[in-house]
Design a protein around this ligand. Sequence first.
Ligand code: KG4
Length: 340
Amino acid sequence: MSIIILGIESSCDDTSAAVIRDGYLLSNVVASQAVHESYGGVVPELASRAHQQNIVPVVYEALKRAGVKKEELSAIAFTRGPGLMGSLLVGVSFAKGLARSLGIPMIDVNHLSGHVLAHFVKTEGEETDQPQFPFLCLLVSGGNSQIVLVKAYNDMEILGQTIDDAAGEAIDKCSKVMGLGYPGGPIIDKLARQGNPKAYTFSKPHIPGLDYSFSGLKTSFLYSLREWLKDDPDFIEHHKYDLAASLENTIVEILMNKLLKATKQYNIKQVAVAGGVSANNGLRNAFRDYAERYGWKIYIPKFSYTTDNAAMIAIAGYFKYQHKEFCPMDAPAYSRVVLA
Ligand code: KG4
């Protein structure tokens, strides 16, 4: 009999539901929240309210597109954390209510593990090259920058992580001070394609081991910008392409240097990238370049699996379902946690 999993994601500002049958994706619906744009960042209270409005239509649409009746579901997988508490509660409560009414098990998924396991989502008619365990995954999102050793679907070790800002957070903050808009990642990416990545240099961190740091770069960027603006009030408008390209290039170099170090230290050449920042073209190109230079076998996700989505939650749930790893009805959401 088929295993059909409904995945639900509501950890930040995207309400998403996806249906996976026997590891193959049938639907993945994402409702993003435009309400935060004018604030230049996610407003938690507005996010949870928007999740409440979106959750029923998004789940309904995911089931409809999948051609699956709710009575056919085997289990419901949901993001239990980490994330914004109010946002998580909407998805967690909805999953609990639906699972109880259908009399089916619930599967809790760690959002970060979900990002890593997105590499295992299969689509009918499409050949997907999946990583073999163990592999390394560079997990880069708005809140995290980590190098993860993935030994199994349920055994992940963080080898290094940021000690302050995440890569995505640094990009978003620099974009904000340049007045370019929110979220900064896609905007910087677009501008960077037309700029010179070597036009400006910003300070790089000297952190031991495999940890990252991005707050020094952010400060160096802001300080330089302030000086340049004294001489030319329109400096940003005149140099935005080069500024974006140089900022992106610095961040990519910092990320790749530590990742290379990790591949050598652990003697692993299967390397994946995941999370919102993995949509970045400069980072994707660097991965291809390193693959050629160092003989890596690389795994770069489809754009639709880079930012928050429920397909990754459903596939993580599918792994757990096969090992009957269900969670109790009283499992609470958690806002902070390391990889489980
Ligand atoms: O994984 P994600 O959707 O949310 C979190 O769980 O944090 O990541 C969001 C982050 C934001 O910082 C956003 O600016 C960044 O991913 N991002 C990008 C790009 N698209 C999204 N950063 C660089 N280049 C992009 N194309």
